[in-house]
Design a protein around this ligand. Sequence first.
Ligand code: NAD
Length: 298
Amino acid sequence: MKIAFIGLGNMGSGMALNLHKAGHEVTGFDLSDAAKSQLAAQGLQVAASAVDAVQGAQAVITMLPASEHVEQLFIGTAEQAGLLAILPAGCLVIDSSTIAADTSRSVGAAAAARGIDFLDAPVSGGTAGAAAGTLTFMVGASDSTLARAKPLLEAMGKNIFHAGEIGAGQTAKICNNMLLAVQMAGTCEALALGIANGLDPKVLSEIMRRSSGGNWTLEVYNPVPGVQENSAASRGYTGGFGTDLMLKDLGLALNNAVKNKAATPLGTLARSLYAAHSLQGRGAEDFSSIIKMLQKPV
Ligand code: NAD
């Protein structure tokens, strides 16, 4: 299939390469020249603009930071029309960015008006999952649109869940990420307490991983440098899931909670913790660096 992939960052780079390896004809685009050069060096065709990338594409996949990027790309701005104005009817659009469900619904409605099939398909699994092609997709779409997208999603992921109609994938994603934010903060708090008592973080991590405190962060995303070889912490908190992206997701979750009069005490506290961490200048660092807030500076 001829695919345009837009947004070749920490996640999009691995996802685009997996589609390329699966035999699809992928053209990538990113605003960052560095991201484009990195992917071109690995054999991916890259374009000079998003408009160039989508020429002749049967499917467009996006992996962008936030709602405003997706809205501007597809719907456009006062000065410039978005991609929906030039994509042919029958084109398939998969947005895997984590954005507001309302934005997915408005982009989906604008796509439907032009005969374009849209699905929100945010992911979980981190950069390791993106590189390995083992992501979990949470899809919001009609049955028929999901059936069209499935072969592409299967080239990038292992678990594909149909959460409901357009927007439902995003709702599932913010619930998951609110839980992840709380788990990471709690895991950091427990590890910091153990370290302050002289425990070896590797030993303590293993004890908790195999005990009732075990969770995904201890399995694959340990926040202490050196405990796991391939963690973001062991790479100086780079190349993972940025604190500011987690802060965005917690904002989406809390906006939704306000709208639905839902009680989210731990999510609210987690948002404040990540916001304070970002204000300390750590917004670009991986979100597991929240452990620095809970330890004496080294
Ligand atoms: P990232 O910042 O590494 O990558 C985003 C890329 O989009 C950047 O390279 C940026 O230059 C590019 N970009 C921005 N606007 C653009 C535009 N208009 N046209 C083309 N390119 C544009 O972010 P990421 O970590 O890859 O995350 C992407 C999305 O996936 C976010 O919504 C994030 O919340 C979500 N997500 C991330 C992870 C993770 O572990 N990093 C996991 C699950 C979901």
